[in-house]
Design a protein around this ligand. Structure first.
Ligand code: MD3
Ligand code: FE
Length: 217
């Protein structure tokens, strides 16, 4: 291959790292859309503010959450579910912004999922000391559809496990702008986020925000 062509191919290749079968890390993929995504995030969270939900076991989650799109993930004393209505306001969740949908669909395509049409976007907000315990995402109907996650703000260490809770985990550092596509054989693996360290991001301050796009219904 000629000089410029091979340089491009290498750059492109380096940007997509398969950390396990079906799990693709796209470093910095969200940066090109950064301001559109952050603007849309502000609009969504003004309409549906972050809140700390309660688990079925009665624990208040350290991660604050909200949603946009046709369906939103909620937890309370009755269990986990997807619901079209925000229980705090009694209104539908805000629509999924075009910039969100485009980012998620482009990232999925980059990982080989060309038909990804997310109907739910769960938005997680972590402040230093917040964490997310190991869990599986299995409240969605169709596990052939991937999940796309977008990391914004201060860095975190993501824990990527196996198919049973006790399996060994690998640590994946995720920074502002990184996008991960979890599909195929990675879709039902256990995962979580380690306790966030104190830090500050120039655009988001002392927080990490993660967008997870799903086809839930
Ligand atoms: C691996 N969120 O909201 S995103 C979640 O950073 C969640 O806020 C984390 O886990 C966060 O459920 C991690 C990455 C992620 C999402 C779904 C997965 C990784 C996954 C599904 C299967 C395997
Ligand atoms: Fe999850």
């Amino acid at each position: 291959m000629s000089g410029v062509g091979s340089l491009f191919a290498e750059t492109h290749e380096a940007a997509r790292e398969e950390i396990a079968p079906g799990a693709f890390v796209l470093r910095g993929f969200a940066l090109s859309m950064g301001t559109a995504v952050l603007g849309a995030l502000r609009e969504v969270t003004a309409a549906a503010p972050f809140r700390n939900m309660v688990t079925p076991g009665g624990y208040r989650m350290s991660v604050a959450m909200t949603n946009c799109g046709a369906l939103g993930w909620v937890t309370d004393r009755n269990g986990y579910r997807y619901d079209s209505v925000d229980p705090e306001s009694g209104k539908k969740w805000p629509a999924m912004p075009g910039a969100f949908r485009e980012l998620a669909e482009r990232a999925a395509a980059e990982a080989g999922f060309r038909e990804f049409r997310p109907d739910a976007c769960l938005i997680n907000r972590y402040e230093p000391e917040a964490k997310l315990s190991l869990h599986q995402d299995k409240d969605e109907r169709d596990f052939t559809q991937p999940i796309v996650s977008v990391s914004l703000g201060i860095p975190a260490i993501f824990l990527f496990g196996g198919f049973v809770r006790g399996d060994k985990t690998q640590r994946v550092p995720l920074e502002h702008g990184d996008v991960v596509v979890w599909g195929g054989p990675a879709r039902l693996r256990y995962h979580g986020v380690m306790t966030l360290k104190e830090d500050e991001h120039p655009l988001l301050g002392r927080m990490r925000v993660n967008l997870t796009f799903r086809t839930a219904g």
